[in-house]
Design a protein. Structure first.
Length: 380
């Protein structure tokens, strides 16, 4: 009788040990998926994170916390059509579209006559700062539409650098979260310290402002701040960033966020701007394709200038390009609609596995209780 009880117990012990091990492993994996954090408040070293994906003398593509930076030389002016208004002072602009900066909603922008833009919710969320190459006369113009905020600074003359060609710096802010900076007629004979340009952010880790704040900045290489240089900052997000291999990344897309796998960086990133989606895919391919300079060749843009008015650009994409982008977006949307319940399914799976784990524990407890009862009876 006793030997039969031992056999019975051993049978369930090995069976349930395997079940418990499997359940435990599944719980660990799912908890890792749910709580693997890419939050700068928990990992302060992310403030200085930088991964250079592509770098040569004319092209840089790098990843930073929550943003990517793309710098390309010899690009045409990207400003869209619109009427600019001139100001001799700082102005505050409330965006006509939702805009987030380091994943915080921006309520208004402070466009500074002194060559910078400050993003605010209530507190300062960050700024974009441009080279201050003049100490004298400048023009400051702003364009506001439902699809764009643009600011342009034109340096007309400089005491420090007399006789230089007037320099122009234009900043464009898009609903997708992209921030573009375009440099024109930048003097070559100026001190590098005067060519400081960067995008900076402040991450508030406490409800009490400034108690626990992480500051970070992404600097534009001074050697690439030249005439006809285009710089683009785009959100790559931390939602996609927690997925560490390609299949997980592909399945992470939702109706509002498109995730793509960047093989060069071994990182999952967001790609919500249609105009640069294919560029990102090309930049992130692991195989060595054509020379990277090919990536910097933009879509031709019609560019008209007048003497007294700011440059206007007609963005007239041809029908073929429009169709390609539309088809691409349609395909991405179809895929997203199939996968947008993935996170909920993951949560349901976690609950099911957890229940299975506890049921297994109860079953083992029941078997042990029965064995103890039989053992007691046999001893009696």
């Amino acid at each position: 009788m006793r030997s039969r009880s031992f056999l019975h117990l051993n049978h369930f012990r090995y069976k349930f040990s395997a079940e418990l091990s499997l359940s435990f492993c599944l719980i660990v994996v799912i908890l890792y998926e749910l709580f693997n954090s890419q939050d700068i408040c928990e990992k302060g070293e992310l403030a200085t994170y930088k991964s250079e994906i592509i770098k040569n003398n004319s092209y840089i593509y790098s990843h930073h916390y929550n943003y990517s930076m793309r710098v390309r030389l010899d690009q045409p002016h990207p400003v869209v059509k619109g009427d600019f208004n001139e100001f001799q002072h700082d102005i505050t602009v409330t965006p006509q579209f939702p805009f987030q900066y380091f994943e915080r909603p921006v309520k208004y922008f402070e466009l500074k006559y002194g060559l910078r833009i400050v993003m605010r919710e209530v507190q300062v969320l960050g700024l974009v700062m441009f080279p201050d190459i003049s100490d004298n006369t400048r023009e400051f113009k702003v364009l506001e539409t439902q699809e764009l905020i643009a600011a342009k600074w034109s340096i007309k003359e400089s005491i420090r650098y007399p006789g230089l060609v007037p320099a122009n710096i234009t900043c464009l802010i898009y609903p997708s979260g992209k921030i573009s900076i375009y440099f024109e007629d930048i003097p070559t004979k100026i001190d590098k310290s005067k060519k400081l340009a960067l995008m900076g952010g402040s991450i508030y880790c406490s409800e009490i402002a400034h108690r626990d704040k992480k500051d970070l900045e992404i600097r534009i290489p001074t050697e690439l701040i030249k005439s006809r240089t285009l710089v683009e900052f785009e959100t790559i997000g931390k939602v996609c960033g927690k997925y560490d291999w390609s299949e997980k990344c592909r399945l992470a897309s939702t109706a509002n966020t498109i995730c793509i796998w960047c093989e060069r960086a071994k990182k999952c990133i967001e790609s919500n701007d249609q105009s640069t989606h294919q560029v990102k895919i090309n930049e992130c391919r692991a195989e060595e394709g054509p020379d990277v300079s090919d990536l910097s060749t933009p879509t031709p843009i019609k560019h008209n200038e007048t003497t007294l008015a700011i440059t206007e650009v007609q963005v007239n994409e041809n029908l073929k390009e429009t169709t390609e982008v539309t088809d691409q977006h349609s395909n991405m949307t179809t895929h997203i609609n199939k996968e947008n319940n993935r996170n909920n399914l993951l949560l349901y799976l976690f609950i099911v596995v957890l229940l299975h784990f506890f049921i297994s524990v109860l079953r083992i407890g029941y078997v042990i209780w029965r064995w103890l009862c039989k053992k007691k009876k046999s001893e009696d």
